[in-house]
Design a protein around this ligand. Structure first.
Ligand code: HEM
Length: 154
């Protein structure tokens, strides 16, 4: 169960269904200067900002070797290295996903039940490397994800 938890966390890092979030600034806020500049940026009240979840999750400054699938990033001993605000599959703060625990439970049960009963292989119709389908708001693969399910002999 611990490994499944890490595998799911890592899958949500590489493939967050919500690739960005938008928020409206309710109080003017001065962003501190970034490392290579002294310029502060003021976000005015009422400004809509986009939080690029997909880009943050694949930023090597936050996740070394970001394109590598490595569930051990989420080992208890490594979790503390994750910078607050850089991993946001369910958002964060007071408006974080209300269905998070339910969704995680559902996905775990579905994964266990599929793996117990089927060998799952990628069908040739799935185009690799995967490309993001720009026609959708959520993260979907261009051309779809095609899988073959082979019933396991019990
Ligand atoms: C893997 C599945 C899911 C993912 C990745 C996901 C992701 C998210 C994200 C990123 C947000 C925005 C959070 C923010 O703005 O900070 C959100 C909000 C929300 N989600 Fe989910 N969600 C999932 C499943 C679910 C399920 C199963 C439910 C309901 C049963 C649900 C209900 C909601 C609701 C009601 C909000 C709005 C919360 C608010 O604005 O206060 N989500 N979700």
């Amino acid at each position: 169960m611990h490994f499944l938890d890490r595998a799911l966390s890592e899958s949500l890092r590489l493939h967050p269904p919500a690739i960005f979030m938008s928020k409206v600034c309710t109080n003017a806020y001065m962003l501190p200067p970034c490392t290579d500049s002294n310029n502060k940026v003021k976000i005015e009240e009422g400004t809509t900002i986009i939080i690029p979840v997909y880009a943050l999750h694949r930023d090597g400054n936050y996740f070394p070797n970001p394109e590598t699938y490595n569930p051990d990033r989420f080992l208890d001993s490594n979790k503390s290295d994750i910078v607050k605000g850089s991993y946001l599959p369910f958002g964060e703060g007071p408006r974080t996903c209300i269905g998070m625990k339910f969704a995680i439970l559902q996905v775990k049960i579905a994964t266990i039940s599929i793996i117990q009963n089927f060998d799952v292989r990628v069908n040739k119709k799935t185009k690799e490397p995967l490309e993001i389908d720009p026609n959708f708001f959520l993260l979907l693969a261009k051309g779809g994800l095609w899988l073959d399910f082979h019933k396991r002999n019990q």
